[in-house]
Write a protein that binds this ligand. Structure first.
Ligand code: SF4
Length: 359
């Protein structure tokens, strides 16, 4: 074992967090945790992980779930393609691999949503396969300790880090090594102001010696943020004791595919209600039906990685039945069954704080 691996695994044994997917070699549990934890903090992901294993304790039970059920349990985690890929992969495991995760790196890579990172994590931790994981934490630690100055979002930099990670990997115990490196990046060599004084690598860390800790890892691309204004119509219609709400399923080509929101007119800037109700899409859909505008929300800001969303909710109380528009994915749902539908966090948060029936 090389000095780097020796140090990091010793550190891990002393310092790692106790988490349920660390107490098992079950590839289902490890895969599930790895998918949930991509782009998600451990404290937030843990509750989702527990809900998933409690509802679907193995890959067979998950494979029999509906997409709506999986998206509903995933609600609030974001990056919803991960949830859809979970279900596709569960079905692939059952149909193509007799219900058992393959103990082979290339076959793991053939699964939907399983890239190099997840294949290496599941393969090394569950099966002892000698493939190094490279995620944001690993990139940060390796680029600092070994002074990698190539951009980690460009192919040369990525290749250099991957080669380094595979050279350093302890092939005898790759699962332990990989988990140690990721945990060290998550807990000690953190993005801002890491504690270099007490670090196990401070004598050999090039970034520390050359005063480059704040500059590494180096990235060349700047994220450009798209700003969108989502003008939502919450359309309700009361029939006897029942209150119906028009929901719209989101389709491909945009954020939140497979989740539900409301009929909407998107604009590039803030607009007044008069502009919206004279919009052709709105006129077509409402088709001269009578309604009362009963409430207008404040502007709600919602930040995604590459988009800033501003949403406003217009509550329209219809006095005659609302049109169902299957071509545009609009259906009428009884207010009592709203909980069965998966919503983006922006919508869910808004719904938590209003009384639909009396709005
Ligand atoms: S010395 Fe500082 S920058 Fe280098 S590995 Fe340790 S915490 Fe990270």
């Amino acid at each position: 074992m090389n000095e780097f691996s020796h140090k990091i695994t010793a550190w891990y044994k002393q310092n790692h967090r106790s988490l349920p997917w660390r107490e098992t070699a079950d590839p289902y549990a490890i895969w599930l945790s790895e998918v949930i934890l991509q782009q998600t903090r451990v404290d937030q992901g843990l509750a989702y992980y527990q809900r998933f294993v409690s509802q679907w304790p193995d890959v067979l039970s998950l494979s029999q779930a509906s997409e709506q059920e999986v998206l509903k349990l995933w609600q609030g985690l974001g990056y919803y393609s991960r949830a859809r890929n979970l279900l596709t992969t569960a079905k692939m495991i059952v149909n193509n691999f007799d219900g058992a995760f393959p103990a082979d790196y290339k076959q793991l890579l053939s699964l939907k949503g399983v890239g190099k990172y997840t294949a290496a994590a599941v393969g090394s931790i569950a099966f002892g396969l000698p493939n190094a994981v490279v995620d944001g934490n690993v990139m940060r630690v390796l680029s600092r300790v070994f002074g990698v100055q190539e951009a980690i979002d460009a192919s040369d930099g990525i290749k250099k880090i991957e080669t380094l990670a595979n050279t350093l990997l302890d092939k005898e115990n790759p699962g332990l090594h990989n988990q140690a490196l990721m945990e060290f990046g998550a807990l000690h060599c953190v993005p801002a102001s890491p504690d270099c004084m007490s670090c196990i690598f401070n004598h050999m860390c090039i970034a520390n010696q050359k005063g480059l800790v704040g500059q590494l890892p180096f990235k060349q691309k700047k994220i450009t943020l798209r700003v969108r204004y989502l003008n939502y119509f919450i359309c309700t219609y009361k029939q006897g004791e029942d209150c119906f709400v028009a929901l719209k399923i989101r389709t491909s080509g945009d954020i939140w595919k497979g989740l539900y929101d409301f009929p909407l007119i998107e604009t590039s800037e803030e607009v007044e209600i008069e502009f919206l109700i004279n919009n052709n899409a709105f006129l077509d859909w409402t088709n001269n039906r009578n309604f009362t505008l009963s409430k207008v929300s404040d502007l709600q800001k919602h930040q995604l990685t590459h988009q800033t969303l501003f949403a406003r909710f217009f509550h329209l109380r219809f006095h005659e039945p609302i049109a169902v528009d299957t071509k545009n994915g609009i259906s009428l749902v009884c207010e009592n069954s709203m909980n069965d539908y998966p919503f983006p966090r922006l919508i869910d948060r808004y719904l938590q704080n209003i009384d639909l029936i009396n709005c």
